[in-house]
Design a protein around this ligand. Structure first.
Ligand SMILES: Cc1cc2nc3c(=O)[nH]c(=O)nc-3n(C[C@H](O)[C@H](O)[C@H](O)COP(=O)(O)OP(=O)(O)OC[C@H]3O[C@@H](n4cnc5c(N)ncnc54)[C@H](O)[C@@H]3O)c2cc1C
Length: 592
């Protein structure tokens, strides 16, 4: 089954769960109207459904091919990329000064979801280019911006992001790629990078690598890293392409999923050193790289949402057609499997998790927009801290959801899910990388607990929990029986989150080992409380709007399902956070 972009669903969550409609009404986006927003979403949905979705299976089967240093993408990918870039999709959120449309990040996030649902290996490519644009806008010299930004924004050239080396994965500070100053003010880069997404390909004439490297006298660890722009082809003064730089792909990886996305080993300096240009200041590479990483982490969160959406659509369609056994209360004939309560539970879990992850990810994007566009500085700072708090939660939860939902999708298909023919297996394989790249989900949880909770002395997280509690109060105040136990269960979850947060911020927080042992269950607890509240908020909005009875009934039903079946795990997660450290740290004997 192919993908149909769920434009109405996406628009509803964007406007309500993620509060984009309020940002629009606040004037955050100037004279941008909701009609234009809807038109953009509709057109993106058409492109994703009609042009990109048919490429997904071809990309998986053919993959990217490597020969003599060159990478050839799968049939149809080059044409689709050019059509996509020409339609202006790459430039959607980029600054107008460099040829972009300067539309909201939140709108771009919704589009990214659709590109990635249609074909995740395709949707991954522009993520790196968009991150490179952000890094150059924030930290590039005037000259670098002038030469590179217009073509990166138009999509004529693509970008890459290069941190990983064999000995330096999560531990970026261990990287060894060298940079030497050259007399002309540029640098010579020597070393090897591994696992570089779209490090080499045939989609664009030039590829702009953003590479972390270390100067000879630099301090050890991350404090000694600098960021360099290393183009595949050097650019002449008139803007034309000059000589080939001393940077090449050595090979590409054979991997579990996203086969159409080339994952390259890159070699720099075979012929004396690749020419690189410093981005930002020497030894401040991590600051610049973090501009890319935050953008890229949200994009990977959207990949999780995307693959979950596609897997859900496919499982629902299959469950309506496949007949087996007889559902309770049915007298004759066999029933479609969707009628069996256990299958219905799987499908509802898929839909509920997907929508919660979507709401969280879009809310993070709206916070990023507020951080950039709010008129006063205090509001910008608060929004930046909100976005910083939510980014690791959105990334880890949404990509966990991507894998969990894709796995349920295989289960709904039974044996046919394990057979490649249906496509359910591809979603499962493709989804898995989201939990690993852009910082593993374990690293996200550590980031949340050690860096994000202490933001503003804990005020950022406490303000957020306060907002979740107000939503829960509003649910309780409705006294609408359709909500069932929603208010009670969400109250339990948000209170569990509050207690676990206080515990982590309080005296126990000084025990780093205990905090780290509980980091992953804490992130899940955070996401379940927040996701549940956002779904309930959407349900309240749908009821208020009234008009479409089916919309309100569906939103209330999914919020209730999430609260009563998923968010209920919150209290046991709290116990795991607060009490598990000893059992983790005392269990070494079990690992001998
Ligand atoms: C398909 C693909 C595409 C990629 N694309 C890019 C790219 O474009 N650019 C790029 O630079 N990199 C890229 N990567 C690399 C990716 O970001 C890393 O694989 C990832 O950051 C994890 O690093 P690692 O593989 O070395 O695992 P490791 O760091 O060895 O981690 C192994 C395990 O140990 C855990 N762990 C490690 N350190 C700690 C710690 N301090 N505390 C707790 N747990 C810890 C991790 O969570 C993980 O579970 C890509 C990887 C793949 C597979």
């Amino acid at each position: 089954m192919t993908y149909r972009a769920p434009v109405a669903d996406i628009s509803f969550t964007l406007n309500n769960g993620a509060d984009f409609a309020r940002a629009l009404a606040d004037g955050l986006y100037g004279d941008l109207s909701s009609d234009v927003v809807e038109a953009v979403l509709t057109e993106a949905g058409k492109f994703a459904t009609d042009v990109l979705a048919p490429l997904n299976t071809v990309g998986d089967r053919e993959g990217a091919r490597f020969k003599d240093g060159a990478v050839t993408t799968a049939a149809g990918w080059k044409e689709a990329y050019h059509a996509w870039a020409q339609a202006g999709w790459n430039a959607l959120a980029a600054p107008a000064q460099w040829g972009g449309q300067e539309l909201p990040h939140a709108l771009n996030a919704a589009c990214l979801e659709m590109w990635n649902s249609a074909a995740m290996a395709f949707g991954l490519a522009p993520v790196l280019t968009m991150a490179a644009i952000d890094a150059l806008v924030a930290h590039g010299s005037e000259e670098l911006r002038r030469v590179y930004l217009p073509k990166l924004v138009s999509g004529e050239w693509m970008g890459t992001m290069q941190l990983t080396e064999p000995q330096a994965g999560s531990d970026v500070g261990a990287l060894r790629t060298r940079a030497e100053r050259a007399p002309d003010g540029s640098y010579r880069i020597t070393g090897q990078k591994i696992f570089i997404t779209y490090g080499e390909h045939d989609l664009t004439d030039n590829i702009i690598h953003l590479v972390l490297a270390r100067l000879p006298e630099a301090p050890p660890g991350t404090k000694g890293l600098s960021l360099f722009l290393v183009p595949k082809f050097l650019v002449n003064a008139d803007g034309s392409l000059g000589r080939r730089n001393d940077a090449r792909a050595h090979s590409i990886e054979h991997k579990l999923g996203i086969h159409a996305s080339p994952t390259c080993t890159m070699v720099y300096g075979d012929r004396g050193g690749a020419t690189g240009f410093l981005v930002g200041e020497e030894n401040h590479g991590m600051t610049c790289m973090f501009t890319m990483i935050n953008q890229a982490r949200l994009s990977v969160a959207l990949q999780g949402v995307a693959i979950a959406e596609r897997a859900t659509q496919q499982a629902l369609a299959y469950a309506r057609e496949r007949k087996q056994g007889r559902a309770p209360g049915v007298e004759t004939g066999s029933s479609p499997i969707i009628a069996h309560p256990d299958v219905k539970r799987m499908l509802l879990t898929m839909r509920a998790l997907t929508r919660a992850a979507r709401a969280l990810s879009y809310a993070t994007a709206v916070a990023l927009d507020r951080a950039q566009r709010s008129p006063d500085e205090a509001a910008r700072k608060a929004a930046y801290e909100r976005a910083s708090l939510l980014t690791p939660v959105a990334k880890a939860f949404s990509t966990d959801v991507g894998s969990e939902v894709a796995s349920l999708g295989v289960q709904v298909h039974g044996g046919m899910g394990y057979i490649e023919e249906t496509g359910a297996a591809q979603h499962y394989r493709d989804a898995r990388i989201g939990q690993i790249y852009e910082g593993t989900n374990g690293i996200q949880a550590i980031d949340l607990v050690t860096r994000k909770l202490p933001l503003a002395g804990g005020a950022t997280v406490r303000a957020y929990i306060g907002e979740l509690k107000r939503i829960v109060e509003a649910v309780n105040a409705t006294n609408d029986p359709a909500f069932g136990w929603t208010g009670v269960r969400l109250q339990d979850a948000t209170e569990a989150l509050e207690r676990a947060t206080n515990w982590l911020l309080g005296s126990q927080r000084n025990d780093l080992t205990a905090a780290l042992a509980g980091a992953t269950p804490y992130l899940r607890l955070f996401a379940l409380a927040a996701g549940g509240a956002l779904l309930a908020d959407e349900a309240l909005a749908a009821v208020r709007m009234g008009g479409n009875g089916a919309e309100a009934a569906g939103r209330v039903a999914i919020a209730r399902f999430f609260a009563e079946n998923v968010a209920v795990q919150g209290e046991s997660l709290e116990r795991t956070v607060v009490q598990s450290a000893d059992s983790v740290n005392a269990a070494d004997a079990a690992l001998t």
